[in-house]
Design a protein around this ligand. Structure first.
Ligand code: PEP
Length: 260
């Protein structure tokens, strides 16, 4: 079984360094020194150094929410992969739907960012997912195929094995709507088939594919128990330590039980 990865995407929250450090402390103290699921917190860039300090001596990884593909130069407002590593990051989220749809990020840009992350030895969490209209228009699979092929273009199987994917149906993000475990599992199996055809079965079996979209304490256990769902990318519920810890606990219980 692949090790589950539960990642908290804090987006543009919380409002202060103090509140961010308090949230990280609460997650760290609630989790304790060891865990059999991987946990990552992805705060806004400006809090990364402080959260890195807060997470010292804990198994929790630190993630950026984005990066630029260049390492330096005239790119106002951007942050590079080596900069993220320098402030303690282990992971980076790439191609979140709020960037794809809100900021016009393309598959080509996602691909360039992914290669920059891999070159810096950051673990990329690459987000893909269809909109409501695309799902209703029965275009979800075509959109996912385009995002997969474009985002992962040019990767070797070994590189692909080090990528985390997050399937996040856009209609489920921040809306309170969640894909049912059956809906999510069907898409995850579709993604794994594509990975297998593209990179080989052994590599596909190693790639962690998270689900994201209104994951909460009350739906996490069912989603995480699905055979091809290897964790969760959590937005809103990651801002409350108790909720995020409950989702991690659901992952730990699934891990202890094993999947069928
Ligand atoms: C996300 O930000 O990736 C996300 C899934 O948000 P939420 O859990 O709030 O839907």
């Amino acid at each position: 079984m692949r090790t589950l990865l539960i990642a908290g995407n804090w987006k543009l929250n919380p409002a202060s360094t103090e509140a961010a450090a308090a949230l990280a402390d609460d997650v760290k103290n609630g989790l304790g020194p060891a865990t059999d699921v991987h946990v990552v917190l992805a705060p806004p860039f400006v809090f990364l150094s402080r959260i890195d300090q807060a997470l010292e001596n804990s198994p929790i990884g630190l993630g950026g929410q984005d990066l630029h593909w260049e390492t330096s130069g005239a790119y106002t407002g951007e942050v590079s992969a080596p900069m993220l590593v320098d402030v303690g990051c282990t992971h980076v989220i790439i191609g979140h739907s709020e960037r794809r749809h809100g900021m016009g990020e393309t598959n080509e840009q996602v691909n360039a960012k992914l290669k920059a992350a891999l070159a810096a030895k950051l673990i990329p969490i690459v987000c893909i997912g269809e909109t409501k209209d695309e799902r209703l228009g029965e275009k979800a699979e075509a959109v996912l195929l385009e995002q997969l092929a474009g985002s992962l273009a040019g990767l070797t199987a070994e590189e692909a094995a080090g990528v985390v994917l997050a399937y996040e149906p856009v209609w489920a993000i921040g809306t309170g709507l969640t894909a049912t475990p059956e809906q999510a599992q069907a898409v995850h199996a579709f993604i794994r088939r594509w990975l297998s055809e593209t990179f080989g079965e052994a590599t596909a079996a190693r790639i962690v594919v998270q689900y994201g979209g209104s994951v909460k304490p009350d739906n996490a256990a069912e989603l995480l128990a699905c055979p091809d769902i290897d964790g969760a990318l959590v937005g809103g519920a990651a801002l409350k330590a108790a909720d995020f810890l409950a989702i991690i606990k659901a992952g730990q219980e699934v891990t202890a039980r094993g999947k069928s």
